[in-house]
Design a protein around this ligand. Structure first.
Ligand SMILES: [Ca+2]
Ligand SMILES: [Ca+2]
Length: 365
């Protein structure tokens, strides 16, 4: 059952050419100067947003993917540590059913080895939370990344769908606030949907890739992005001119928002850097902005409020009509400003229509 691996392979197929052609020249020499030149980071106004972030809450982001190079110099200090687990003693210290799960778990092979021999997961992790200690920063440089490996394209293990469900359940149990799922497939699964619904009840935002099949997701479903659950934020990809990529899925009803996804610079295994393209990368940008927004709040914030804030505060792009529900491109600064202003004295989030482009009020327009 390859359902949940589809996007990884499709993204890989797209990215592979970039990978092979550009990885060499894109590998950056070691430098102590942070490189902030990623067009994606600029396009979502991340640096303008950082001064607005108060880091009231530590945001744990579960990256369900191909693993992560947890020793990468730009990721190492951003990796989540399980506070109840003593590493390397072969004992399940916190009694959660996983032995020595210090940074996450490998659900493909049932062990705590999180190495990424594909590159996809490390790239996603970098977009979300690279620290800039060596070369590049992610959108939310203070997150904690919980590494949940669900598939290894080079060494297939457990059914990717089952691994996905198990990884979601782990993220819920271990306190993640956001799940980044840069993968998917055409067939829905009740088990997968149920797991995401449980995550929703736990207050977890589930950010999912719209998929790289050039198709209209309103007509051809793509899952988990298209499950009708309030905590799912479906993300498609745009180029620097803010056009949806020819390879990206779209949907006026099913796809919420667009974010940068073409030739995105991020981290790769073994301390390297490189470019990848696809809705996977766009998804990671949205996850990063959601993390910034959630970091500004103490206590629980409903995931659908975060999803709505991201989608409605984005930069309006008329050419996204018929492509996404809100016709917007992710913008970190506007998401933070709008969300802060829309938070009433009682702590309830209210919509302030006067702040919004009127077109956004009716997604059908
Ligand atoms: Ca454990
Ligand atoms: Ca242990």
């Amino acid at each position: 059952m390859f359902k949940s691996t589809l996007l990884v392979f499709l993204a890989a197929a797209l990215a592979q050419q970039h990978h092979q052609q550009q990885q060499r020249q894109a590998q950056l020499p070691p430098t102590t100067t942070p490189i902030r030149g990623s067009w994606g980071l600029q396009a979502v106004d991340a640096e303008s947003a950082w001064p607005l972030v108060s880091d009231k809450s530590e945001i744990v982001v579960a990256v369900i993917d191909t693993g992560v190079d947890v020793d990468h110099p730009d990721l190492a200090s951003a990796i989540w540590r399980n506070p109840g687990e003593i590493p390397g003693n072969n004992i399940d210290d916190d009694g959660n059913g996983f032995v020595d799960d210090v940074n996450g778990w490998n659900f493909a092979h049932g062990n705590n080895r999180l190495d990424d021999n594909h590159g996809h997961g490390t790239h996603i992790a970098g977009i979300i939370g690279a620290t800039g200690q060596m070369a590049i920063r992610g959108v939310a440089p203070h997150v904690r990344i919980m590494v949940l490996k669900y598939v290894d394209p080079k060494r297939p293990g457990a059914d990717p769908l089952l691994s996905t469900v198990n990884a979601i359940e782990y993220a819920v149990r271990m306190g993640a606030k956001i799940i980044n799922y840069s993968a998917g497939g055409k067939r829905p699964s009740k088990r997968e949907r149920d797991a995401i619904e449980v995550a929703s009840q736990a207050g977890i935002l589930f950010v999912a890739a719209a998929g790289n099949e050039s198709s209209d997701s309103d007509l051809k479903g793509y899952y988990p992005a298209d499950y009708d659950l309030p905590n799912i934020l479906s993300v498609t990809a745009v180029d620097p001119e803010r056009r949806v990529l020819p390879s990206s899925n779209f949907g006026a009803r099913t796809v919420a928002i667009a974010a940068p996804g073409e030739r995105i610079l991020s981290t790769l295994p073994k301390g390297k850097y490189g470019l990848m393209t696809g809705t996977s990368q766009a998804t990671a940008f949205a996850t990063g902005v959601a993390a910034l927004l959630m970091a500004n709040r103490e206590g629980r914030i409903e995931p659908q409020m975060v999803a709505q804030a991201l989608a409605m505060s984005g930069d309006v792009q008329p050419n996204l009509k018929f492509k996404t529900r809100y016709q917007t491109v992710l913008n970190a600064k506007r998401a933070l400003v709008m969300h802060d202003r829309a938070t009433s004295a009682t702590g309830l989030v209210v919509e302030q229509a006067e702040m919004l482009d009127p077109r956004l009020l009716d997604p059908q327009l």
